[in-house]
Unconditional design. Structure first.
Length: 160
């Protein structure tokens, strides 16, 4: 389901046959409310189980997500975001104890997020970037040096 265009049609959330719900991951109450728990590391299997539960409960009026996770697999977290964002429930609420990295991304799929008094929220860069700015000139120099078999970059003006 991972797709960089998260504005998927609602048909993606249509109920599917033969999908089993992960034990303990959700609970459906009498008032058409679905309770979900996103606890521990986010892995492909746990995310797929929660996404499946959301698809199976496409008619729910409210989704309540409890989040206590340090994140995990980015693609799985993104799938959770997409599934929550596109679920047709009128009310989607995430209650956050700990939402770090991909868990915060998943929580962003809800319409409302409520942090507990001592909640932990973490956003971090996905890759390390050099402190200095990368310019087109530096990229051209690096590409030219690589083509010439050199390892170290030098400005083009210094090579002339």
């Amino acid at each position: 389901m991972f797709d960089l265009d998260y504005r998927l049609p609602t048909a993606v959330l249509a109920p599917t046959e033969g999908k089993a719900e992960a034990p303990g991951s959700s609970e459906k109450t009498a008032s058409n409310v679905v309770d979900l728990a996103l606890c521990g590391p986010i892995e492909r299997g746990s995310a797929d189980a929660l996404c499946s539960t959301l698809r199976e409960n496409a008619g729910a009026n409210e989704i309540r997500l409890w989040v206590d996770s340090s994140g995990g697999n980015f693609a799985a977290s993104f799938d959770l975001f997409v599934a929550l964002h596109h679920h047709p429930a009128k009310k989607k609420v995430a209650t956050i104890r700990r939402a770090e990295s991909g868990a915060l991304l998943a929580a962003m799929g809800c319409d409302r997020r409520i942090a507990e008094p001592h909640a932990s929220l973490l956003i971090h860069p996905t890759r390390m970037m050099p402190e200095e700015a990368i310019t087109a000139e530096k990229v051209s120099t690096a590409e030219q040096n690589q083509a010439n078999g050199r390892r170290k970059s030098r400005p083009l003006a210094a090579q002339a």
